[in-house]
Design a protein around this ligand. Structure first.
Ligand SMILES: [Zn+2]
Length: 172
């Protein structure tokens, strides 16, 4: 499977920083100039698969990048964006945090209209999440699910019932 983020690392292009765990890169196809992506060095398709310590490093690096963008690029704000899953607009099958510098009048439209939901929908969502979040398997799971580049299809066959892997089937 072709992965833009893994390829970037191989080519060693546009990389601002790379260590054993994380990579900070400038991409050429961006929403706005100065956009920077922070991602785990290892290929994890979605956030739920990234081990806690690596995810923490990514978040911490995104914070530092955001500070740098304010200071060096004169941004007046930043959007910190994760496209997690195909339905969320994810186009690269590798988890990443995008730091998007914002300026007043930049005409970038990342806003959407809120809509009022019915009370029973609200109640249903609340109950479903409340129950799920109490399960130790979700809240405290340290189990690492590794899907190496190129092995996704085989792994999906094997682990057909895993909800995380199911969601991957939808990522290109
Ligand atoms: Zn990758």
């Amino acid at each position: 499977m072709k992965c833009e983020y893994c390829d970037l690392l191989d080519k060693n292009e546009d990389i601002i920083h790379a260590d054993d765990d994380i990579v900070i890169a400038v991409k050429d196809k961006v929403t706005t100039s100065g956009q920077i992506t922070v991602y785990p060095r290892k290929h994890y398709p979605i956030m739920e698969m990234v081990p806690e310590d690596i995810l923490n490093k990514c978040v911490s690096a995104a914070k530092n990048v955001s500070i740098a963008v304010f200071e060096s690029l004169g941004a007046q704000g930043t959007n910190i964006l994760v496209r997690n899953g195909l339905s969320a607009g994810q186009s690269v099958p590798h988890f990443g945090i995008e730091v998007i510098p914002r300026r007043e009048e930049d005409k970038l439209n990342l806003e959407w209209q809120g809509k009022q939901i019915m009370e029973d929908e609200m109640e249903m969502t609340f109950q479903a999440l409340e129950e799920d979040l109490k399960k130790p398997s979700i809240a405290e799971s340290k189990e690492e699910i590794v899907v190496d580049e190129g092995e996704t299809e085989a792994t999906l066959e094997k682990e057909g019932d895993n909800y995380l892997l199911k969601s991957l089937k939808r990522i290109p």
